[in-house]
Design a protein around this ligand. Structure first.
Ligand code: AMP
Ligand code: GLY
Length: 460
C-alpha cells in the first residue's frame, strides 16, 4: 500500500523509516518532509501547496493528493494539523487516517480543557486553577507567595499552543506577575495566552509514555484501548547536567530503567485507565497516538500534559525498538481493530542524542553542509534521523524523488542544515550504557559547522 506521513521533523523521518520497512508498504509519501525523508529508500517528499498542513487550503490539497495517489493510510506527525481538524477532514472524505479529531486534540491544544478533563475523570495531576482575567491570576499569585520567605515555585501555563514557549516556572512573585501580564495583557503568545492555567510545582523524574489509542462512539462497546509503548525520557535543557535554556528536546533514551514495575502499575491505574474512561464518557473520537508527559515521584505518577501525537525526539528512540510492523499497527488504529492486536518489542535500549545548530534555541546558523559517514553508521547499526536539514539545491535541481543514497562511505554535501534541531542519531545496545556508547560513536561520524550536542543523553 501507499502511505502518507504528514510533517517535516525528526519524528516524521523516524515514522517514515519505520513504515518503509514494512512489507505491506510500497511507498511512503511525506508531506512536506525534509532532506532525510527525501533520501530514505521507498520514501518521497510531497511539496504541500499552502505549505502549512494546518491550514484549510493545505488540507484540501492533501485530501486531493491522497485520492489521486490511492493513499490507503495517512499518519499525522505534529499537533497543529490535528488541532486544525485534519483527521475530521480525511475521515469525512472516506480516507483512513491515524490521528484524533480536532475535538479530541484539545487535550493538547487547550491546557484548560485538558486540566478540566483530568479533574472530571480522576486522572492524577498537579493541583491547578484556570484564570481568564488578569486580576484573578494576580490574586492567585499574591495568595501563593504571600509574605512567606520560603515558597514552592509556581507553574504558569498558557492555554493554547505556544511552540514550547507557553510554560514558565518561577519562585518569584514579580516574575509570576510579569509572566501573567505578558501572556494575558501583552498578548506575547497571541490568543494562546488569554486563558492561563496556574498550577503547583511537582518534583520528581520526568517520563514520556507514548501510546496507541482507539476510542469513540463509532467503536463496538468494550473495544476502546490505549496501548502504551516502552517508557522514554527526553532531555529538554540545552546543556549537560540539565543546565541552560529549554529546547524542543536534546535527545531521548528508551526504555527508561528507573520507571519501575510499581510506577508502571500506578500509571495504568491512575492515568491510563481514567484517561480511557474519560475519552469514552465524553464521546471523543480518537484513533491515533497519545503522549503522557509524566512526573514520577516515589513510584507515584502525575500527568503534566497530554500531547495528541508521538513525541519528538522520543519517537526516534522508541520506534527502533518496536518489533511489530508499524504500518500494521497504524492500520489497526485507523480501522478500530487495535483490541485484536498485540504489540511486540525488541529487547535492549536505544539512545538518540540530537545535534543542534550553533545558537539554538536562540537564533541559529543555517545552510551549513552536513557530512555523514554512512558506512560507519551502518557498521554501528545506527540510524540518522534528519530533523532540520534540506537537500542541497544543486541536487534538488537534478533528480529528486527516487534517490537511494548508495552503499556507503562518507556522504558530504547532500544535506544542508535548515533548522535548530538538525538531526538525531539512534543506536541500540543491550544496556543503556552500551546504547549510549554506540550512539556517541555514531554522532562522531557526523559533522557540520557549529554542531553541538549533549553528551549525557540517557545517563540518569
Ligand atoms: P508542558 O508543556 O506542560 O509539558 O510543560 C513543559 C515542561 O515544564 C515539562 O516538561 C516540565 O519539565 C515542566 N512542568 C510542567 N508542569 C510542571 C509542574 N506542575 N511541576 C513541575 N514541572 C512542570
Ligand atoms: N519531547 C516532548 C514533545 O514531543 O513534546
Amino acid at each position: 500500500m501507499k502511505v502518507l506521513v504528514i510533517g517535516s521533523g525528526g519524528r516524521e523521518h523516524a515514522m517514515a523509516w519505520k513504515l518503509a520497512q514494512s512489507s505491506l508498504v510500497e511507498r511512503v509519501y511525506v508531506a512536506p518532509g525534509n532532506g532525510g525523508t527525501a533520501l530514505e529508500p521507498k520514501c518521497r517528499n510531497v511539496a504541500v501547496s499552502g505549505s502549512d498542513p494546518a491550514n484549510p487550503a493545505a488540507q484540501t490539497f492533501l485530501v486531493d493528493f491522497a485520492r489521486k495517489e490511492g493513499i490507503e493510510l495517512t499518519v499525522v506527525g505534529p499537533e497543529a494539523p490535528l488541532a486544525a481538524g485534519i483527521a475530521d477532514t480525511f475521515t469525512a472524505a472516506g480516507l483512513p487516517i491515524v490521528g484524533p479529531t480536532g475535538d479530541a486534540a484539545r487535550l493538547e491544544s487547550r491546557k484548560a480543557f485538558a486540566k478540566q478533563f483530568m479533574a472530571a475523570h480522576g486522572v492524577r495531576t498537579a493541583k491547578s486553577n484556570t484564570v481568564t482575567t488578569l486580576k484573578a491570576g494576580l490574586d492567585l499569585v499574591t495568595e501563593h507567595f504571600g509574605s512567606r520567605a520560603q515558597v514552592r515555585p509556581l507553574v504558569i501555563k498558557a492555554d493554547g499552543l505556544a511552540a514550547g514557549k507557553g510554560v514558565v516556572i518561577t519562585d518569584r512573585a514579580d516574575e509570576a506577575e510579569t509572566t501573567l501580564r505578558d501572556f494575558m495583557e501583552g498578548k506575547a503568545l497571541g490568543d494562546a495566552g488569554t486563558t492561563v492555567v496556574i498550577e503547583e510545582f511537582l518534583e520528581g523524574k520526568e517520563i514520556s509514555i507514548l501510546a496507541a489509542v482507539q476510542a469513540g462512539p463509532d467503536l463496538a462497546p468494550g473495544t476502546a484501548r490505549i496501548i502504551p509503548f516502552l517508557p522514554a525520557r527526553d532531555h529538554k535543557r540545552r546543556y549537560d547536567g540539565s543546565q541552560g535554556p529549554n529546547t524542543g528536546g536534546m535527545g531521548a533514551i528508551a526504555p527508561v530503567s528507573d520507571f519501575t514495575a510499581g510506577a508502571a502499575a500506578d500509571f495504568t491505574q491512575h492515568i491510563l485507565e481514567p484517561t480511557l474512561r474519560g475519552l469514552e464518557a465524553e464521546g471523543l473520537r480518537y484513533k491515533g497516538f497519545i503522549f503522557f508527559g509524566l512526573m514520577v515521584y516515589e513510584d507515584r505518577c502525575y500527568l503534566l500534559e497530554y500531547n495528541v501525537r508521538l513525541g519528538d525526539p522520543e519517537t526516534q528512540a522508541v520506534l527502533p525498538l518496536m518489533a511489530s510492523d508499524f504500518a500494521e499497527l497504524c492500520q489497526h488504529i485507523a480501522k478500530g481493530s487495535l483490541h485484536q492486536y498485540t504489540l511486540q518489542w525488541k529487547s535492549g535500549h536505544v539512545c538518540a542524542p540530537v545535534a543542534v545548530a550553533e545558537g539554538y534555541p536562540g537564533s541559529y546558523r543555517k545552510g551549513d553542509p552536513i557530512r555523514i559517514d554512512r558506512k560507519r553508521i551502518t557498521a554501528l547499526g545506527a540510524q540518522v534521523f534528519i530533523a532540520g536539514a534540506n537537500l542541497d539545491q544543486n541536487i534538488l535541481s537534478g533528480e529528486t524523488g527516487s534517490k537511494e543514497t548508495g552503499s556507503g562511505g562518507t556522504e558530504g554535501g547532500l544535506l544542508r542544515t535548515s533548522g535548530g534541531r538538525v538531526l538525531a542519531v539512534s543506536a541500540q545496545g543491550d544496556t543503556p550504557e552500551a546504547a549510549r556508547a554506540r550512539a556517541y560513536q555514531a554522532m562522531e561520524t557526523v559533522q557540520f559547522t557549529g554542531m553541538g550536542y549533549r553528551r549525557d543523553i540517557g545517563a540518569s
